[in-house]
Design a binder for this molecule. Structure first.
Ligand SMILES: Cc1ncc(COP(=O)(O)O)c(C=O)c1O
Length: 404
């Protein structure tokens, strides 16, 4: 068995007060546990520094506005955005994709245009496009997967036509950990004049992301998968695209001037942030970014890749286990055990204090393509180590003994 994982330990468990000793938390792809620094930032935000943003004339509110906008600037630097004005605070990746679907695709596309997705997309990157397709009369095409379950970019290059106006793909699959060659995907999209949105939910917590280097048009992710709070996420869009988009929701903070006759809107990002925002969520996200950058995304990637390699190596020795996804997947391993429902795997592992996810992972079309109703999924974070993999493997051996 490879001991790669032991050569690059991060040893960050002590940063996470909510992970008790002996609990192998292997569900980070669903949501990451929170380090103390993030919990402290949230507590501070609601404590002696709390006030609203953008409206108050008093000092506390002005300070909170500065902190909120500092968080936006921090996000911009983190993902290589040209300007903080390209960073829209949303509830999460789901809202970010819906915003682009409604405000960009819903206004720019016309009947007969086409959208290109892939077989492995999360429902969040399927259903919002179906809304647009139904409303506007757009068709959706689906890029298949390679034999080792990556988005098949050769197939994409063959399928794409000038009718395709938008490509929307997962940067890292939440089920398989497959990493997209995003730069090549962007080149293929742009070769026919299509825009490309990358769903970075699973990429941002486990690898360095630079939207300028990738040359994508929109990028979304959720704070809670990046060790930050729930309810806060990011839509990044190229300035000229955001500028041309109408508002998403109406209300306070997104306006320039309101009269009953006519309302004009604020420029981005305020145009897309109607209402009182998730102020403290932004502060927590800022702390989360500081936290992962203090470790280094490259170190996190190496650590999780090593844990995946160790897991795949061990599970491949068990005859009844089927592994999905490519060998070099990022931080996520999906598998099934012959004759055992994934929910039973999850329940038995829970008895051994190993928390995994079992189900369709909000990717039913992918399950259909894999020919299974569900899979079991282990996903890693900075707090995991070789001992967690050992606990998982031991638990799976127990499952195979129980089910004969
Ligand atoms: C790849 C991917 N896209 C989108 C989402 C949706 O994220 P959220 O529910 O935080 O909006 C998830 C969450 O599991 C995901 O893994």
């Amino acid at each position: 068995m490879t001991i790669l994982a032991d050569t690059r330990p991060l040893d960050r468990l002590a940063d996470f007060p909510a992970i008790p000793t002996g609990w192998a938390y292997l569900d980070t792809a669903a949501t990451a546990q929170k380090p103390q620094v993030v919990i402290d930032a949230i507590t501070r935000g609601y404590d002696t520094t709390y006030a609203t943003v953008h409206r108050g004339v008093y000092q506390r509110s002005a300070d909170m506005t500065l902190a909120y906008e500092a968080a936006r600037k921090r996000v911009a630097g983190f993902i290589g955005a040209t300007s903080p004005d390209e960073i829209v605070f949303v509830r999460g990746a789901t809202e970010g994709i819906n915003l682009v679907a409604q405000c960009w695709a819903g206004t720019q596309l016309k009947a007969g245009d086409r959208i290109l997705l892939s077989t492995l997309e999360h429902h969040s990157n399927i259903v919002p496009w179906q809304f647009v397709a139904e409303r506007v009369g757009v068709s959706i095409d689906v890029v298949p997967l390679t034999a080792d379950h990556r988005i098949d970019l050769d197939a994409m290059a063959t399928m794409i036509t000038p009718d395709h106006k938008l490509v929307a793909l997962a940067h890292v699959s939440n089920v398989l950990g497959s990493v997209l060659d995003a730069k090549r995907a962007a080149e293929i999209a742009h070769s026919v004049g299509a825009k490309i949105l990358l769903d970075g939910c699973q990429a941002v917590p486990r690898m360095t992301v630079d939207v300028a280097a990738l040359d994508c048009d929109f990028y979304v992710f959720s704070g809670h998968k990046l060790y930050g709070p729930t309810g806060i996420g990011i839509l990044w869009g190229k300035a000229e695209l955001l500028d041309a988009m109408p508002p998403y929701q109406g209300g306070g903070a997104m306006i320039d001037k309101v009269t009953f006759a006519r309302t004009t809107y604020a420029p981005p990002p305020a145009r897309f942030e109607a209402g009182t925002p998730h102020i403290v969520g932004a502060l927590g996200l800022h702390a989360a970014i500081d936290y992962v950058e203090s470790i280094g995304l490259d170190a996190i990637h190496a650590h999780e890749t090593a844990l995946v390699a160790k897991t795949r190596e061990a599970l491949s020795q068990i005859n009844s286990v089927t592994l999905y996804g490519p060998e070099n997947s990022a931080g996520i391993v999906s598998f099934s055990i012959q004759g055992v429902h994934p929910h039973d795997i999850g329940t038995i592992l829970d008895e051994a204090k190993v928390a995994i996810r079992a189900g369709h992972h909000c990717a039913q079309p992918l399950m259909e393509a894999l020919g299974v109703p569900a899979t079991a999924r282990a996903s890693f974070g900075v707090y995991n180590g070789a001992a967690d993999v050992d606990a998982l493997v031991k638990g799976i051996e127990r499952v195979t003994r129980i089910f004969g």
